[in-house]
Design a protein around this ligand. Sequence first.
Ligand code: TYM
Length: 347
Amino acid sequence: MSSQTQSSPAHDAKPALPKRAQIVLSGTKPTGENLHLGNYFGALRQFVDLQDQHDTALYFIADYHSMTSLRNGAERRRNTLNVALDYLAAGLDPERAILFRQSDLPEVTELTWILTSVTPMGMLERAHAYKAAQDKGEDVDHGLFTYPVLMAADILLYGSHLVPVGRDQKQHIEMARDMAHRFNRLYECEALTLPEPYILEETATVPGTDGRKMSKSYGNTIAMFAAKNAVKKAVMGIVTDSTPVEAPKDVQQAVFEIWSLFATPEEREAMFARARAGGLGYGDVKKDLLARLMDYFEPMRARRAALEARPQEIEAVLRAGVVRARQLAMPVLEACREAAGLGPVRG
Ligand code: TYM
């Protein structure tokens, strides 16, 4: 499949592309208090860019998905509001993108069932998250096993063409394509559109403070909007090798990769040259990273603080969003029902 893997545009240079009549869609799970650098550079920054380049962009908060790992209702509500705040603070604009909460359109669970009936067990058994849980000997519940089907329903329900995500979600989009293809073939229809992933090569997998993929479940994250002390602690805790200051450095380390997220290509070249020459201390790189990070997110932090005081407005944005999302969803769901012979006879 022709995945739209692209190299990142020059830092902050936003090419003025003509708008495309495509539907862009993506979502984020409300499993933590705050989104992290992996969420932002791997996905959210692209959400913001794509809302201007396409006619229709839908971004939702995947509260149903969070149920496989979070079993506290009050926390889910808090986290859901926090993701909405992070979306808006990062520059998503309800005038240009449809922002909504997944569970406000429960019809997605009907499409999940419809897709479940055309999804081979073997496909779900090969899913990375399920396999990882099995390997760790965890008690896997059915929700985790079916997770990719709900995600496919999210994507297919709105006729999405393009799905901006980090690399860890690529397999899920491939599965969504397979399910759409199988449904269309089995019911001899074209009810479902086959989506493409949109993954920027340079930020496809943002490393965490321990060098593994940045992820809440590894406890190696740097949150976008945490208190400065917490951000400082995380940055200073980035694991490095034990090369002495004067020795040449290996630039293939998390500290340089994370630093590079906040630098232009020219700055990165210069930094890497200094690192390879020797004489550069990791402490200095971390201090510079912290300063750049705080600067970068400062305007968003301010916007977030202002919005935080007005939770009713956030709720209104989500409620208005789901009305527009439903307008896109219902014809697709109706086409699936019609093809599958469900519901009352028409006409
Ligand atoms: P979630 O909530 O784990 O992550 C949200 C987005 O952040 C990206 N991401 C990363 N990208 C690069 N490097 C990292 N270290 C990193 N960590 C996270 C993820 O790839 C994702 O794009 N299943 C999805 C939520 C979802 C969804 C959907 C996404 C539900 N339905 C439909 C797209 C379309 C998830 O758990 O993402």
